[in-house]
Design a protein around this ligand. Sequence first.
Ligand code: PLP
Length: 384
Amino acid sequence: MPPNDAPPLYFDNNATTRIDPLALEAMLPYLGELYGNPSSGCRLGKLAANAVARAREQVAPLLGCEPGEIIFTSGGTESVNAALASALALNPGRRHLVTTAVEHSATLKPCEALEGQGYEITRLGVDTAGRLDMSDFNHIIRPDTALVSVMAANNETGVLFPMEELAEACRERGVFLHIDAVQAAGKVPLRVAETGAVYMSVSSHKIHGPKGVGALYINRRSAFHPLLRGGGQENGRRAGTENVAGIVGFGKAAELALQGLEREATEVRALRDAFEAGVRERISGVQVNGDPIRRLPNTTSLAFEGVEAESVLLLLERAKICASAGSACMSGSLHPSHVLKAMGFSNARARSSLRFTFSRFNTAAEIAQALEILPGVIAKLRGR
Ligand code: PLP
């Protein structure tokens, strides 16, 4: 058991990440003396506007697009909602949307609300490895399909979806595609402009930036119908005085994330793999949820036979290990994960599953420490 004042072993990086000290440092002047409003013409205003413009140049290469194709938002949830709203407003005669059964609630909930307004939603299923079922995709797209909205990577299992294939099918059929890249950004390379997708959502706090800020990519050849109306900020595409400090921190975090992509694919992946292998060596009855190959390098979702994930979390918390059961928004509720259920797993398997997600701030020593603690926790709960 680590001493009480030891920092926690933080393995919940798909829920949120610690802010990179360099991102924090970049933000601080804009929370202090550089408090200008980017829309005002005075010197402080111009400094703020320049800082926002620079952040746009830092975020664009992470997505693989032009700076002018990005608007800053309050985070992933707003970006997704704005994409959905814009696609529907620009295609008023089309009343059908396609998404998946395993999206984040930022997509699931607006889709449920749209269903209540008479829209028809088709939710693509996944197989037992969490892979998207593309077999019927071409038949599912209809002349009245307004939008296809699909995540690039699943937040619970890390499974990657075939973005190029989806984008090509949408392009051929003249249907708007929105990619929720909130979990993929900074973990795998993104080249949104090459895909031809119309929208892409990303979020700062998943890439070691501050919370409450994100971005929406809008293909420069596409019109946009704003979700928020008011002032002319973001070229009239997102009203409201900019979260300047947040945007500056996001910009720095995006720059660091792009530089660190190689490290995600090697060092972070190695940490995840060492943890996964170590768990399976030391504990019997453990299954990996999701395609072990085509997934984010930082994510592992593990089912521990015969235990409740909530009980495991409680004991891990006492040992200062932070992980999660299903997605963060779902924990605290006793519903088994909709993602694991969509993969065809029983309630028992879904309820016995934990997600461990790593980042460049984790170390091999932390993995070793966790591997000392976890077997005892599982054995205790199994009554052995
Ligand atoms: N989309 C996915 C796939 C996510 O994992 C999340 C957050 O967990 C969101 C959207 C929402 O992003 P935010 O927390 O920035 O609103």
